[in-house]
Design a binder for this molecule. Sequence first.
Ligand code: PA5
Length: 425
Amino acid sequence: MKSYHLPGFNIELSQLTSSFSTVLDSTHSALLPSAKNKLEDKFKNKTVGFFDWPKTISQEEVSKITRLARDLKSKYQGLLVCGIGGSHLGAAAVLEALRSETEEKNFPIFWLNNVDRWAMDRARTFVTERKVACLIISKSGNTTETLSAFFHLHSHLDSKGIVIITDPETGELRRWANTHGYASLAVPPNIGGRFSVLTSVGLLPIALGGVDIYGLLAGARDFRHYSDSLGVDANPAYQVAAMSYIWDTHFGHHTQYLMPYQSNLKLLTDWYVQLWAESLGKKDMSGKAVGPTFVGALGTRDQHSLLQLFKEGPSNKLVGFIDVAPSKTPLTVGPAPVPTPDFKYLSEHSFEEINSKALLATAQSLEGAKVPTYRFMFEKLSPETLGSFILFQEFACAIAGEFYQVNAFNQPGVEEAKKLLRQSL
Ligand code: PA5
């Protein structure tokens, strides 16, 4: 088993490294260096901006975002965020992972990322019960769900508490900001929705949620620094991209799960699924449909549902786990209410221990069934470790895009559905 120590987290690659390594070794000389060159060209000619961004974002911009967040928090009692897809998931995932209970209580956030009647009714109640600030986040500035939600709710909002986050030049929302005086922030044109959590798209809501955005960006820079110091052979981003690609294309493991064992990382899997699925699920250069199906799961919950399928169902899965190192103040189970000799041992264990051992038991059981697994292990959950993990995932996904020979940075399928919805309305 191969282990990598990255800033903030470790990776243990496939339990079944040997079969994967044999194929990797045989395809290595063509696959990895050519992906590296192609991707580096895109970074150099600035058609793709996410990888340089944590280094190039100016201190002024970060201070401006921090000040804006402080100002809005001092004037409002909560926040409504209208945005969908890449304009929602990254920030929501970071806040779910890191937000304190006090912050949640003192400054509630309502994420409006769906326009069904139930969601709209609840959003309306949320904004009428308190004085809220509102972020309208849409890179294109034209997304039906985001605009319609805002149309419906704006009469309940104070226009001074509204901030638009959109393209610096194009789209309907930019027109509003330019001609109707709404406060606004710009999304870098060369950073697409699902790669944009470390831009104003994610940074303002994250700062409003009380999480340190300087730490988040510093963690991303730490990963960048680490990655730059390694050749492709030793770089875990290339290895993880190759693992996903090889298990999919050579071994037919077309369904790839990410399964954290912490409930507050569930949304991080939604972000991961969007990042990888929307980037890779495409027609390649020859017109062939490619891309594995990415799925999020949650341990131990799904150990009591999906595990059966992983183990004895079709042999077409790759399972990635996420664990977090035990905290320094473990939470012990405590005594049972009645004498229970068979379960006496349980009382002395901590939940951290039970959870981690449940993960290892699942991994062991899958290994026995020859299901490939790998594991991310965070040293702790913090802005720095998540920042590092986010840039790592974005980079690995972009590398996989080169292996599959797709444009990882467009989403023609999503765009078509947006257009059809607009036309039908
Ligand atoms: O990753 C993407 O590009 C998409 O998921 C978009 O983020 C999503 O469609 C929302 O688009 P917009 O930010 O333009 O409203």
